[in-house]
Design a protein around this ligand. Structure first.
Ligand code: UDX
Length: 450
């Protein structure tokens, strides 16, 4: 099958590469020529485990090509997947300008095109409910009939860091559309490509579009809920790990996404929760749970810094704080909406000196904090980030932080204060190694007085 992916961000590049890996002929298009030139050489613009190898393999097998010429690329394609970004606007609604630009080019190049076979225009980008219908109307207005192009919605549910695994072993595939034959063609494509048995749900455009927002908002709500519970555990002596386990063993609740932390981040949850609220507002429906999820998450990112400030009786100026982990979660270099950013901002405001360490995300962080260059030290090793610090804050649960040499770190630090926002350690372990500490969900153990 000839497939075109428009947009070479996480979704487009990963899905395009995986479709090529399954034997299809895939062209990935982006209007950023520099990016396309790099991709042709197998240079990947972001870190995703296994992606670089797959791209190189499929370029070499001539199944994967890259282009910045959208018009030409779509003419030769049977399936056109739109995977451009839909970031949030200031008012929280989704910014569809990239989609609009793509549609403009598609319409002008297909307006006078002789179709031998119906093309499928499939939105993979997360779009507000109603977008697919609007796209179909736009084609019609421009003289392109639904016989020539069928509009489908096929939302992606890939997690960064394990996106390739998720692509090949999805838990469900959702296809929304108005035309049964078109839906069937995409369904058959997935059935033939994916050996893994997985439910394929076919439905209308609106349901497919909305299901992506509701899935992500529900997961975000689970996280905000457990985060509030962990704050209660901290005060009451209840064990948050055990509560997550007890709740999770109930199949109706499910055990995943009950891990407390410094709040959710990334490119999807924050923007999708906002967009669901916004689309509901437009329809005079108040999404109160989603609103609470959002405000709890905003507070959660920095709420635990109060323990650090208390520890030093608010005399925190010029203290050196080490941050372990910058990315919004492990196995990615993505720092969009990462809790670490809010933590660093808060510490900088209090005039602290910051040391940071992350195995993948340091160069992205440098771009964000350009102006604070003198107050942030970018460390290359765990020893560097620990040396002479007045506290260490573990913000991302990279595997390498699970096996820290706690005795060595203790000796390198100026004051051995360890704040674990990801439940990698317990206060029992940390105090056994001589630390004063705070672990999310437990009361702080501060033996020293400053
Ligand atoms: C998410 C969805 O999972 C995916 O299906 C969708 O298509 C894109 O958005 P992603 O943004 O890659 O994927 O990250 P995910 O693994 O879902 O984690 C999101 C955030 O929630 C992270 O900041 C993570 O640290 C946090 N999280 C997750 C928790 O704090 N606790 C948990 O129990 C789980």
């Amino acid at each position: 099958m000839k497939i075109c992916f428009v947009g070479t961000g996480y979704v487009g590049l990963i899905s395009g590469t995986c479709f090529a890996d399954l034997g299809n002929s895939v062209i990935c298009v982006d209007n950023n020529k520099e990016k396309i030139n790099c991709l042709r050489k197998g240079e990947v613009p972001f870190f995703e485990p296994g992606l670089s190898e797959k791209i190189i393999k499929n370029i070499n097998s001539n199944r994967l090509t890259f282009s910045s010429d959208l018009s030409q690329s779509i003419i030769h394609s049977d399936f056109i997947f739109i995977a451009v970004g839909t970031p949030d606007k200031k008012d929280g609604s989704a910014d569809l300008s990239s989609i609009d630009n793509v549609l403009e080019t598609i319409i002008s190049s297909l307006k006078f095109h002789k179709f031998t076979k119906q093309k499928l225009l499939i939105t993979k980008s997360t779009v507000p409910v109603g977008t697919g219908k609007k796209i179909a109307t736009l084609f019609k207005k421009n003289g392109i009939s639904s016989k020539n192009i069928a509009v489908l919605s096929n939302p992606e549910f890939l997690r960064e860091g394990s996106a390739i695994y998720d692509f090949f072993t999805p838990e469900r595939i959702v296809i929304g559309g108005e035309n049964a034959d078109a839906i069937q063609r995409l369904k058959v494509q997935y059935e033939t490509n994916l050996l893994h048995e997985c439910p394929i749900i076919t439905t209308n455009l609106e349901t497919a579009e909305l299901s992506k927002y509701t899935s992500n908002t529900f997961l975000a709500t689970k996280i905000s809920f457990i985060n509030e519970v962990s704050n209660l555990c901290e005060k009451t002596g209840a064990d948050i790990q055990c509560i997550s386990k007890i709740m999770g063993l109930d199949k109706r609740i499910g055990k995943l996404f009950l891990q407390p932390g410094p709040g959710y981040g990334g490119s999807c949850f924050p923007k999708d929760v906002k967009a669901l609220i916004s689309v509901a507002d437009e329809n005079d429906v108040s999404m109160d749970i989603a609103k609470a999820t959002q405000s709890i998450n905003a507070k959660q990112k920095t709420i635990h810094l109060k323990h650090l400030y208390d520890y030093y009786n608010n005399d925190i100026k010029n203290k050196t704080i080490g941050i372990l982990g910058i990315s919004f979660k492990p196995n990615t270099d993505d720092i969009r909406e990462a809790p670490s950013l809010e933590i660093i901002k808060d510490l900088l405001q209090k005039k602290c000196k910051i040391k940071v360490y992350d195995p993948e995300a340091l160069s992205n962080l440098k771009k964000v904090f350009k102006e604070d260059a003198t107050n942030i030290i970018y460390c290359q090793t765990l020893d560097d980030v620990s040396t002479d610090t007045d506290a260490l804050i573990l913000t991302t649960e990279w595997n390498m932080f699970r096996e820290l040499d706690l005795d060595k770190i203790h000796d390198l630090m100026n004051v051995p204060l360890f704040i674990d926002l990801r439940l990698v350690y317990t206060t029992k372990t940390l105090t056994a190694h001589g630390f004063d500490c705070f672990c999310i969900g437990e009361p702080p153990i501060f033996n020293r007085n400053y």
